[in-house]
Ligand binder design. Sequence first.
Ligand SMILES: CC(C)(COP(=O)(O)OP(=O)(O)OC[C@H]1O[C@@H](n2cnc3c(N)ncnc32)[C@H](O)[C@@H]1OP(=O)(O)O)[C@@H](O)C(=O)NCCC(=O)NCCS
Length: 205
Amino acid sequence: MPRSQPARPPATPLSDGVVTLRARRVSDADAVVAASHDAETQRWLEDDPLEPLADDTARQAAVERAEDAWLTGRAAPLIVADAVTDEPVGLVNLQFRDDRTATIAYSVFPAHRGRGVAPRAVELVTPWARADLGVEVLLLEADAENVASIRVAEKCGFTPVDEVVSTDADGRERRTKVFRQTRPAQEAKARGDVELTEPGRPSSR
Ligand SMILES: CC(C)(COP(=O)(O)OP(=O)(O)OC[C@H]1O[C@@H](n2cnc3c(N)ncnc32)[C@H](O)[C@@H]1OP(=O)(O)O)[C@@H](O)C(=O)NCCC(=O)NCCS
């Protein structure tokens, strides 16, 4: 279930001087399509490969789909850009379960992995989600074999709270680790007040 209210992108892009999180632009569209064909992304995320975009009308439509996710309170898809060049280097997304609970998902474009981009994006978006969107519970779902994503979760203060076993479309067993971000200030307030449900596969779009 989405939020009861629309969500709005940050008025000023969120930045730590190395990466910037901002709303999607027409100029990002081709990079998002190219990255959607990456095998690792397809392996771990519910993000099908995207068709090439024929022209700016198609690129604009892609931007409008992202805007629609914000307006309907379904999700908060943000571009992770290089803070200096503004080049898109990844995606971070909050998928809202309700007004106080969101699941975070991310992908970093292949050429930019292994340099701490995803942890930077998570550390920018999570305090903003708490302060500006009123999110109280931040969850992260990662396949138990997705070592890189689990490292990002650990580095960003997420602790494991559950493991869910499911069967995917090919009949293979999948173990999904569910993490929750616990920060000292929120820990006491938030402990034990989340109802865990069967996870879907996360989407960074
Ligand atoms: C998971 C992912 C977002 C991590 O992003 P990142 O910016 O590379 O994150 P980091 O640089 O902090 O690296 C995280 C871990 O990845 C591994 N790693 C290091 N270099 C790497 C490289 N060149 N390529 C891939 N993974 C690498 C290491 O285990 C690292 O942990 P460490 O810092 O303790 O050594 C990225 O690998 C990705 O986009 N994967 C495909 C999509 C995906 O799995 N999304 C998460 C779904 S839950």
